[in-house]
Design a binder for this molecule. Structure first.
Ligand SMILES: Cc1ncc(COP(=O)(O)O)c(C=O)c1O
Length: 382
C-alpha cells in the first residue's frame, strides 16, 4: 500500500474550498467535510487513464459500474440490491433535494432529527416543504433519536423522514434495534424514508457494523431511498458522483420525474473514480480507517483534557462534535479561528453551543490544531 496518510499535501492554490476560506491567514481549516489525503492509487490511475483518452463527451454509467456497486454493497454491508434499483446523481445534496421535491406536495412536512447535516434543514425549504426538527437526545454519552418526540411531532401532513446514518455530526452508527424502531414509526405513519448513508464506509468501531435501513424488511425497502457515494470514503467530493438505491419502481419513477431537466448526468471523471473506488480500493479504505481511528482517539483524549470542552464517542466519520458550552463563549468559532483553527459552527447544524472539527488530515496537522485549541483555552482561563 503506497499511501502515506502522514504526508502534508499543500492544497493551497488548488481552489480547495476548505483551504480557500482562510487564504492568507494562519488558520488550519477543519470545517467542511473533505480530507487532506490523496485518494487511493487505483482511483488516481483510473482518472489518469480517462484523462489521457482526451475525449470528454456525455457519459453513461460505465457498463461494469452497476454490478460493481451491487457486489460492493453485498461485500461491505450484506445488502443484496439489483442493478436496476440504482439511480445515478451528481451529488447527495441533489439527492436530498430531489427526494423532498418528489415526495408530498407544497406545504407538506419533512421530519428529521437535529443536529444534522445542514442540507437536511434547507433542502425541504428549497422544495416548498416545511421542516420539523426533533432534537436528538443524549442517553448517557450516546446521541439517540427521541422517538417519543418524533411520534408526537408527526402530523397527517408529514410525508418524509430524513435519516442520516452514520450520523453527521454526532458520529453515531445506529444499531439494528434503533433503526427498527424508526422503521416501525415510518410504517405506522406511512412515511417515505430518505436514508443518507454517505459515511457508511467510514465506520471506526469494528464492533458496530453499518446497517442500511432498507435491509430491515421488504416494506421498509419499498419506502426507502438510500443515498450513497464513494465521495466521503475515498475523498472524491469534488468529482460529483453519487447514487440512490430505490427498490420501489414507482418511487424511482417519481424521482426520475422530479429530476427531469434539472439534475444533470454524472460526469465522466466521477464515474471512472467511483468504479475504481468500489472495485479496486478496499485495501486503501482499510488503511484509511485504521489511520482515522488513531486520529479519532487522539481527538477524544485531547478534547477531554481541555477544560470547558466535552465530547461523546465517535463511532464513524472523520467528524468530531464538540460541546463548547462550558467555555461560555458567545462565538466559539471566531474564538478558535483567532487561535488558528477553523471549525464549523454547531448552529449551522441546528444546535447551539457546539462546534464540529474535521480530523481527516495528517496527524501532525491535527496535533498542531489541538495544541492551538488547548493553548487558546488555557490562556483565556488565566
Ligand atoms: C451526511 C452528508 N450528506 C451529504 C454530503 C454531501 O454530499 P455531496 O457532496 O455528494 O452533495 C455530506 C458532506 O459532508 C454529508 O456529510
Amino acid at each position: 500500500m503506497d499511501s502515506n496518510f502522514d504526508e502534508l499535501i499543500d492544497r493551497r492554490g488548488t481552489a480547495a474550498l476548505k483551504w480557500n476560506k482562510y487564504a492568507g491567514r494562519d488558520v488550519i481549516p477543519m470545517w467542511v467535510a473533505d480530507m487532506d489525503f490523496r485518494s487511493a492509487p487505483a482511483i488516481i490511475q483510473a482518472l489518469t487513464r480517462r484523462a489521457q483518452h482526451g475525449v470528454f463527451g456525455y457519459t453513461d454509467p460505465p457498463e461494469e459500474l452497476g454490478e460493481v456497486v451491487v457486489t460492493a454493497l453485498e461485500r461491505d454491508h450484506g445488502w443484496k440490491i439489483r442493478n436496476e434499483w440504482l439511480m445515478w446523481l451528481p451529488g447527495l445534496v441533489s439527492g436530498i433535494n430531489l427526494v423532498c421535491r418528489a415526495i408530498g406536495d407544497d406545504g407538506d412536512e419533512v421530519i428529521t432529527a437535529a443536529p444534522v447535516y445542514p442540507p437536511f434543514l434547507s433542502g425541504p425549504l428549497h422544495q416548498h416543504r416545511s421542516v420539523t426538527r426533533v432534537p436528538m437526545r443524549l442517553e448517557g454519552t450516546k446521541w439517540v433519536w427521541d422517538l417519543e418526540r418524533l411520534e408526537a411531532a408527526i402530523t397527517p401532513r408529514t410525508k418524509l423522514l430524513l435519516l442520516c446514518n452514520p450520523h453527521n455530526p454526532v458520529g453515531r452508527v445506529f444499531t439494528r434495534e434503533e433503526l427498527s424502531q424508526l422503521a416501525r414509526i415510518a410504517e405506522k405513519h406511512d412515511l417515505v424514508i430518505s436514508s443518507d448513508e454517505i459515511h457508511c464506509g467510514l465506520v471506526l468501531d469494528a464492533d458496530k457494523p453499518h446497517v442500511p435501513i432498507a435491509t430491515l424488511g421488504e416494506d421498509i425497502a419499498a419506502r426507502t431511498v438510500t443515498l450513497m457515494s464513494a465521495s466521503k470514503t475515498f475523498n472524491l467530493p469534488g468529482l460529483g458522483c453519487a447514487f440512490a438505491v430505490v427498490p420501489n419502481r414507482e418511487l424511482r419513477a417519481r424521482l426520475a420525474s422530479a429530476a427531469a431537466g434539472i439534475v444533470p448526468r454524472v460526469n465522466a471523471m466521477g464515474f471512472a473514480a467511483t468504479l475504481a473506488a468500489y472495485r479496486d480500493s478496499a485495501e486503501w479504505q482499510l488503511a484509511l480507517v485504521n489511520y482515522l481511528r488513531v486520529n479519532r482517539d487522539l481527538v477524544l483524549e485531547r478534547i477531554r483534557g481541555i477544560p470547558g470542552l466535552s465530547i461523546t464517542p465517535i463511532e464513524a466519520t472523520y467528524l468530531a462534535w464538540i460541546d463548547v458550552r462550558g467555555l461560555a463563549i458567545r462565538d466559539p468559532v471566531t474564538f478558535f479561528e483567532n487561535a488558528g483553527v477553523g471549525l464549523y459552527d454547531g448552529r449551522v447544524f441546528g444546535t447551539d453551543g457546539y462546534v464540529r472539527l474535521n480530523f481527516g488530515c495528517p496527524r501532525s496537522l491535527l496535533e498542531q490544531a489541538l495544541d492551538r485549541m488547548q493553548h487558546a483555552v488555557a490562556v483565556r482561563g488565566r
